[in-house]
Design a protein around this ligand. Structure first.
Ligand SMILES: Nc1ncnc2c1ncn2[C@@H]1O[C@H](COP(=O)(O)OP(=O)(O)O)[C@@H](O)[C@H]1O
Ligand SMILES: [Mg+2]
Length: 286
């Protein structure tokens, strides 16, 4: 279990994460939602060691992991997908998968020169593992495709695949559905559920698409203005959406579409009713 206690992350005088406390239970697919600027990505970055917190504590199964580097956390099986470097566009999908363990364990080229036989064995094992991963993700047909030619959604699947090449235990996915079409989003969702059920992965997922969150996540944590606003089952959160919406002045599922609209929403949140119609009917679900 990951436990976050009274976490604060300030940028200058601004508290992007403002005294947030939450838990991510082992074996769960925990959803993290909230409007843009709520501090979700910053929270991820602090947990994953990208930013040191201003104050507060993060523990993993009781062990204090506050301020550990992404590399150290990686070796504890905690990873945020972007920690795995972006795909190598000119390498094939399969080669991209095979790069992950080598790159991450700090295997040096020197070792490669001097231990060819071992390397050949390892390479065969890696190849086998990569093919298993491709099969698991139902993208075997893409194995020889250059990663640079993949669609946005296929790249997300590859990203997920790359977590499977190492011994990941808990994976943080930030807006896995952004720019991904519905069919591929379902494939990604299925892969997440299967990794969770069959391989014991714990996930924490930031996503704006409430259908996706509702289908996958329990519990769901709502953040706004750096704080944890609510937590519960997706159904519970959606039941209380009206309350949350009144507080936020914007629906949970609606991204702010432009700065102009953000200003309108900000104005509305200070007083009267949240905008009628406009943002309410234009959810991502359509
Ligand atoms: N590196 C940074 N420097 C300064 N401000 C930042 C930085 N990262 C995020 N912020 C600010 O912190 C707030 C929360 O951002 P973020 O965590 O990205 O929110 P979310 O992921 O919920 O959209 C935003 O107001 C953002 O502008
Ligand atoms: Mg974000």
């Amino acid at each position: 279990m990951i436990r976050v206690d009274n976490l604060v992350k300030s940028f200058g005088g601004f508290r992007a994460v403002d005294n947030a406390s939450l838990e991510i239970a082992t074996g769960s697919i925990t959803g993290l939602i909230g409007p843009n600027g709520a501090g979700k990505s910053t929270l991820f970055n602090v947990i994953a060691g990208v930013h040191a917190p201003t104050s507060g504590r993060v523990t993993m199964d009781g062990e204090d992991i506050t301020g550990l580097s992404p590399h150290q956390l990686f070796h504890k099986g905690l990873l945020r997908t972007f920690q795995i470097a972006h795909e190598f566009p000119s390498l094939s999908v399969r080669e991209n998968l095979m790069m992950v363990p080598a790159g991450q364990t700090g295997e040096t080229l020197w070792n490669s020169w001097f231990q060819r036989a071992r390397i050949r064995e390892e390479e065969a094992a890696l190849l086998k593992k990569a093919d298993e991963v491709l099969d698991f993700l139902t993208i075997s047909h893409l194995k020889d495709e250059k990663a640079g030619n993949l669609s946005g959604g296929q790249k997300k699947l590859l990203e997920l695949g790359r977590t499977m090449m190492v011994e990941a235990k808990i994976v943080f996915l930030d807006e896995v559905g952004a720019g991904v079409n519905r069919t591929l989003l379902n494939t990604i969702g299925d892969a997440i559920v299967r990794l969770n059920k069959e391989r014991g992965y714990t996930f924490c997922v930031i996503e704006h698409d409430m259908d996706f969150i509702g289908r996958l996540c329990d519990p769901v944590i709502v953040m706004a203005e750096g704080k944890v606003l609510a937590e519960g089952s997706a159904a519970h959160i959606m039941e209380n959406e009206a309350v949350i919406e009144a507080y936020l002045g914007t629906g949970l599922k609606n991204k702010v579409k432009s700065d102009e609209q953000a200003e309108v929403m900000a104005d509305e949140s200070h007083g009267a009713q949240p905008g009628l119609g406009d943002e309410a009917g234009t959810g991502e679900a359509s």
